[in-house]
Design a protein around this ligand. Structure first.
Ligand code: SF4
Length: 81
């Protein structure tokens, strides 16, 4: 399964937290706001993206999973509260 991250630039404060947690997944651009880096990966990358999204102080990061079982995993994640 793969996942992609999206940043809501109206919410990003440029804290750099996401970049510091995974420099191969996020970086701060010239405006000081985070951008997700492209890349493929399996469950490990997906879990890392989710952890970082959970840590973002403004909830600016949205993670979308693709592939079989993505809907079930999304539901499981949401029901965690
Ligand atoms: S952790 Fe959130 S607020 Fe901080 S730079 Fe990343 S996206 Fe922006």
């Amino acid at each position: 399964m793969s996942a992609s991250a999206r940043i809501d630039r109206t919410l990003c404060l440029g804290t750099g937290l996401c970049e510091s947690m995974a420099q191969d997944l996020f970086l701060l651009d010239d405006e000081g706001l985070a951008v997700p880096l492209p890349g493929d990966g399996g469950d490990e990358r997906t879990e890392l993206l989710r952890s970082i999204a959970d840590c973002c102080p403004t909830g600016a990061i949205t993670v979308t999973e693709k592939g079989p079982g993505a809907a079930a995993r999304e539901n499981a994640h949401e029901s965690k509260g």
